[in-house]
Design a protein around this ligand. Structure first.
Ligand code: NAP
Length: 484
């Protein structure tokens, strides 16, 4: 309650702070994170993630903060739109109307377990919310409390150094649902950003919808990221695809939201047996690595075991066991499209280094399978030019199912840039119109306001006639940087 009240008081000042100062604040957070000596070691100890991976993730976190700093500094993201008055229009005069995006208010962010930097305390959700002009209260993930505390102190140092109002950012910790629920149901909180399980995300979404004033919850939840390997690609590049796909499945102990959990192949394709053999060869030489928490490891083991209890599901390949705590053994299971379509539970996410290879008889069965997919973050197609012509319909089906379609690549490795969409239809997320990665993420924390009949002096700088910020604006339907 104290953190949220401070966030509301700070919001009244922070929302009006100019873009240059906000950009400096974001850049200073990046600086303080780099300066934080113990961060990498502490994080590795808490999560079991190797230092090299964490260095890479820290670099990504810093580039996210800098990306939002440059977005805010450039300024056109507010989508300013100006329709000037036509006083002699008949039968009625047209008023002067001007519109732009403004910040929603204090927002609650839930740090993710699987990205202790890039999707946690100073991750993309926090960066985009602060860039939008919102103040932030983060609920730290209980899997990395020390990392959260160190990151929060970097943000607070940056806030102090750049003269941000007290309360612009707070971290609250505590395992158990009470802390998170208190944030979601607090009347002063205006939106939520979340990455984690379907159960957690849906519970928070429902709680937010039942508030006296319902608020948006941008929850990024489970996704199995289907991969379709088309017949000619399987025949000509099956071995290479098997190698790279197995790497993508086992990367980071499979604890990525874009992990390929479902692979669809045509069993009758000439290259199928070689593909299967190469997958087995690669996976049996892959050693298990530590998973993030005992709970996540347990959920992984339960998930793969539950799949194997279904008649017609079997193990295709198995990796080497590790002698470290919480290690998740890589596993590839297989079944037929008919069994997959008959068992809805096979489309549930098993978070970890496993995948289900589904063998289809023909194109019709592949198409049926695609049509029956739920919403996911990504879908991948491996195909030659001819394959892609024959399967042109598949892309049209997948456009309605996912946020990002990848051709001849792999879904893991999410670029942070304006064109990225890391989102997708429910149940992958609670709002398919947004993304949690890339500059578009800022609009989760803003809303448009229209100013009618305002004199120039009363208007925000973004909408003044002289365009003092030199931003791009839609003026009477034409995009321009000009004065009016
Ligand atoms: P989680 O259980 O959903 O927890 C994420 C955060 O939400 C934690 O801070 C948790 O707090 C909070 N939370 C969860 N349920 C809540 C509720 N009902 N009310 C209030 N707060 C709640 O996710 P996780 O611990 O990271 O991992 C568990 C499973 O989530 C994994 O096995 C995996 O299946 C999935 N996961 C998916 C992704 C993805 O990107 N698709 C990423 C990470 C995890 P407390 O723990 O303190 O209660």
């Amino acid at each position: 309650n104290k953190a949220v009240i401070k966030a509301e008081q700070a919001f009244r000042l922070y929302r009006k702070i100019d873009a240059e100062k906000k950009a400096c604040f974001l850049e200073q957070i990046a600086e303080e994170i780099i300066k934080s000596n113990d961060l990498i070691q502490r994080c590795s100890e808490e999560t079991g993630l190797p230092e090299a991976r964490l260095m890479g993730e820290r670099a990504r976190t810093i580039s996210q903060l800098k990306l939002f700093a440059s977005l805010v500094r450039e300024g056109s993201w507010v989508n300013a739109s100006i329709d000037t008055a036509i006083s002699d229009r008949t039968p009625l005069p047209k008023p002067d109307l001007r519109q732009m995006q403004i910040a929603l208010g204090p927002v609650g962010i839930f740090g993710a377990s699987n990205f202790p930097f890039a999707f946690s305390v100073a991750g993309g959700d926090t960066a985009s919310a602060l860039a939008a002009g919102c103040t932030v209260v983060v609920k730290g993930h209980p899997a990395h409390p020390g990392t959260s505390e160190l990151t929060a102190s970097a943000i607070l140092k940056a806030a102090h150094a750049t003269g941000m109002p007290d309360g612009v950012f707070s971290l609250v910790q505590g395992a158990g649902t009470e802390v998170g629920m208190a944030i979601v149901t607090h009347p002063l909180i205006k939106a939520i950003g979340f990455t984690g399980s379907f159960r957690g995300g849906k519970a928070l979404y429902d709680a937010a919808a039942q508030r006296r004033e319902p608020i948006p919850v941008y929850a990024e939840m489970g996704s199995i990221n289907p991969v379709f390997i088309l017949p000619e690609a399987l025949k000509t590049r099956g071995g290479e695809i098997a190698f790279n796909l197995t790497e993508s499945i086992t990367l980071g102990a499979g604890q990525f939201c874009t992990n390929p959990g479902l692979v669809v192949v045509e069993e009758t394709s000439e290259g199928y047996l070689l593909f299967q053999e190469k997958t087995n060869e690669k996976l049996s030489n892959t050693t298990a690595s530590a998973m993030l928490t005992p709970g996540i490891k347990q959920a992984y083991d339960n998930g793969t075991q539950n799949f194997l209890k279904i008649e017609g599901v079997s193990e295709l390949a198995r990796g080497r066991g590790g002698d470290i705590m919480n290690s998740g053994i890589p596993q590839i299971l297989t079944t037929t499209a008919a069994i997959y379509l008959d068992h809805k539970e096979l489309s549930e996410e098993v978070f970890g280094p496993s995948s289900l290879f589904v063998k289809a008889k023909d194109k019709d069965e592949i198409t049926k399978l695609a049509e029956n997919l739920d919403g996911h973050l990504t879908a991948t197609i491996h195909g030659t030019e001819d394959d892609l012509k024959v399967y042109a319909d598949l892309i049209h089906i997948l456009e309605r199912k996912v946020g990002r379609i990848i051709i001849n690549g792999f879904p893991t490795g999410v670029e942070v840039c304006p064109s990225m969409i890391h989102g997708g239809p429910y149940p992958a997320t609670t709002d398919s119109r947004t993304t949690s990665v890339g500059t578009l993420a800022i609009y989760r924390f803003t809303r448009p306001v229209c100013y009618q009949g305002f004199s120039d002096v009363m208007l925000p700088s973004e909408l003044k006639n002289s365009n003092p910020l030199s931003i791009f604006r839609l003026v009477n339907g034409k995009l321009s940087q000009d004065q009016i």
